[in-house]
Design a protein around this ligand. Structure first.
Ligand code: COA
Length: 182
């Protein structure tokens, strides 16, 4: 069984990005991102409406990180503290040495390869430090941008499940991509 320890929060960096712990300084950008219908189009979660909801969301995430249950990072550009997106392991299955990755970017920062860099460093951290054996991504099969990014990062499509989730009164399909540490 995997022993997770996030008591020293892992700050990560790439050529252009810094990945840090999400905090209240990120409320405005998080609200903008999580209330944007285009960003949330393929994410089966309710859209955020208020700053208070976001503050509660940050607190809930923070508690889970402190309990070593999940981890997420705010993505910023080097030299600019403004958050441009988030990435994290939201469902970790320690018994299987496996975790589900999730990510999103503010629209004005999409299309510039930032998320590819962020996924690469988070997956490397997952394999090397968390000792994950595999990372999965669960996505709406219509989310072509996300699928393309995962393929660029070496993930392989493993399955397409028909109507296996129920969200907003509808059965929806999901696609599973994964990368194995080999
Ligand atoms: C998924 C996401 C992070 C990708 O970020 P991005 O900055 O657009 O990614 P990149 O620019 O590195 O690459 C996107 C690729 O998808 C392609 N793409 C983008 N939108 C597309 C679309 N609607 N249809 C087909 N391809 C598309 C781009 O051309 C690019 O491919 P290329 O590198 O071969 O040119 C971003 O779209 C996002 O935040 N989406 C909303 C949140 C989300 O859906 N998260 C994932 C949940 S699983």
């Amino acid at each position: 069984m995997l022993a997770l320890d996030f008591s020293i929060f892992p700050q990560l960096e790439t050529d252009r990005l810094q990945l840090t712990r999400t905090n209240v300084d990120h409320v405005n950008e998080l609200l903008k991102m999580r209330s944007d219908p285009e960003v949330m189009k393929f994410i089966p979660r309710p859209m955020a409406r208020t700053a208070e909801e976001i503050i509660e969301f940050i607190a809930a995430i923070d508690e889970k990180i402190s309990n070593h249950e999940m981890i997420n990072w705010a993505i910023t550009l080097k030299g600019d503290a403004k958050m441009i997106g988030t990435i994290g392991y939201y469902h970790i299955k320690p018994e299987h040495f496996r975790a589900e990755i999730g990510y999103m970017l503010l629209p004005e920062f999409q299309g510039r390869g930032f998320i590819t860099e962020a996924i690469d460093v988070v997956v490397s951290y997952g394999f090397a430090e968390m000792k994950l054996h595999s990372v999965e991504a669960v996505l709406d099969p219509n989310n072509l941008a996300s699928a393309s990014v995962l393929e660029k990062c070496g993930f392989i499509k493993e399955g397409h499940f028909k109507e296996n989730e129920f969200y907003n009164g509808k059965f929806i399909d999901t696609a599973i991509y994964s990368k194995v540490n080999s």
